[in-house]
Design a protein around this ligand. Structure first.
Ligand SMILES: [Zn+2]
Ligand SMILES: [Zn+2]
Length: 259
């Protein structure tokens, strides 16, 4: 699978030049590594010049250049097909930078970026994007953001309920930002329009703060946000005509899941 994809990229981007250049050393070797953990992949390249005898006379020699290249893949980091392909595409661009552009001292420089742009353009539909980063962001389907501290809670499933859950760091209100919920659409200026929670915060923040002031309570941002969140939860609960005896406090659980 990995070999086939690499061959496809090589054929599309350089007409198979990397395979050709490395053919006398066995082609591009793929090595799955158990120990590679700091990065998802690593490209290795080395060139050897070999003088070969081509006839009976001492001067009958020719020079053969062998390109040894391999791509190491981190078993522990690459956990799905899309990531595998992205890592391969990135490392492949290192090989073209070394072997075709002959740039060896600037691994993520202009030449790398130009190869990256070519690969990205050709394989975009397959989810490939070559960046200059070696850490590959996990693409979570769902993201909630804390409106107070901005921390993002990323999940593969819809496991956070902003009405019942609050930010594990500051108890702030959580707002779903991906997929963009209804009411959170982008307006014509490209600015993100506020969702229901954000509107509630905007409308109630100063009122809650004043009330807390009057009661002589601490009115630090986080404290007010927590109070606003509480109000919002109350309002939602009342709206749903569901009397929740207790608001689940899953902060600890959320904290524990932060990776
Ligand atoms: Zn790189
Ligand atoms: Zn927060």
């Amino acid at each position: 699978m990995a070999e086939a994809f690499l061959a496809e990229v090589d054929a599309a981007i350089t007409n198979g030049r990397i395979a050709e250049l490395s053919s006398n050393s066995g082609g591009i070797k793929l090595v799955w590594s158990k120990t590679l953990k700091t990065t998802a992949g690593r490209a290795n390249w080395r060139r050897e010049q070999i003088r070969l005898r081509s006839g009976p006379l001492p001067s009958d020699t020719r020079v053969e250049i062998r390109h040894y290249c391999s791509i190491e893949l981190a078993e522990k980091v690459i956990d799905n097909e899309e990531r595998l392909y992205n890592v391969l595409a990135h490392e492949y661009c290192h090989l073209t930078t070394f072997m075709i552009s002959e740039v060896r001292n600037n691994p993520h420089g202009a030449e790398f970026k130009s190869w990256g742009a070519k690969v990205t353009a050709a394989f975009k539909t397959r989810g490939i994007e070559v960046t200059t980063k070696h850490s590959y962001k996990i693409d979570y389907k769902y993201i909630w953001e804390c409106v107070a501290c901005g921390y993002e809670f990323k999940r593969h499933s819809k496991s956070v309920d902003p009405v019942r859950h609050s930010c594990g760091r500051c108890k702030g209100l959580l707002v779903q930002t991906k997929p963009c919920p209804r009411g959170g659409a982008v307006d014509k200026d490209g600015k993100k329009q506020s969702g229901e929670y954000q509107v509630f915060v905007k409308e109630n923040f100063s009122r809650v703060k004043k009330e807390m002031d009057r009661r002589g309570e601490e009115t630090a941002m986080g404290k007010v946000m927590a109070a606003v969140a509480k109000d919002y939860k109350k309002m939602k609960a009342a709206k749903a005509k569901e009397v929740e005896s207790q608001v689940d406090d899953l902060e600890a659980a959320i904290e524990g899941l932060m990776i």
